[in-house]
Design a protein. Structure first.
Length: 202
């Protein structure tokens, strides 16, 4: 059992929760939801780096044993200093951030979003959740946009951020890379309803 707040593994969790730059450097992020972790262990187990817990649900324990993921018990008083969810489920996982190759997706790429300068992690997570619901196949974000694997983005996306390919490119880079695709630009502050917009049938 991990009982020291100065344990390097627990320090890494704090860094991943607090600092976007650290998440980017380590190419890792944090998941605190039992449901999200169960889905990832079932469908994308290679993303799971390690798991930390105060108590384990039996079904989750069985999945962890099956996938042979590193797992560490944490003293409850120490664990309670780690999580950011108001109601902790007693588990925190460090996940590897998925890496997608644009060249792999370009030949068959269908509907995609480019969202400019989004700054709210919650709004980005909600956008990802809705994009998946509407069968959007990829999301493009400029480098200055909010980090998609921020803990709040992950929660708001219901964990779907791990399923939707995300590429960080400027608008100029996107227009050059996807020059064979049709673009529709929409102004978020417009007072025109989307239902009133006439889309090109192509």
């Amino acid at each position: 059992m991990l009982t020291s707040a100065d344990n390097p593994k627990l320090k890494a969790i704090r860094g991943l929760l607090k600092y976007s730059k650290f998440r980017d450097q380590q190419k890792q992020c944090i998941v605190e939801s039992l449901t999200h972790l169960r889905d990832i262990l079932t469908h994308k187990p290679d993303l799971v780096h390690s798991i930390y817990y105060t108590s384990l649900d039996p079904s989750l324990d069985a999945l962890i044993q099956t996938q042979q993921r590193p797992c560490y018990a944490v003293c409850p008083s120490i664990f309670n200093t780690l999580h950011v969810n108001k109601s902790s489920q007693g588990v925190i996982a460090i996940l590897r951030i998925p890496e997608w190759t644009l060249d792999e997706y370009l030949p068959t790429l269908g509907p995609a979003f480019y969202v400019d300068t989004l700054q709210s992690p919650f709004n980005l997570g909600a956008l990802i959740r809705n994009a998946v619901a509407f069968n959007i196949e990829a999301l493009f974000l400029p480098p200055c946009s909010v980090y998609p694997f921020h803990p709040e983005s992950i929660r708001a996306s219901c964990g779907l951020v791990f399923w939707l390919p995300i590429f960080r490119l400027s608008l100029l880079e996107v227009s050059r890379t996807l020059r064979e695709h049709t673009f529709i630009c929409l102004e978020a502050r417009s007072n025109q309803l989307l239902n009133d917009y006439t889309f090109d049938k192509r």
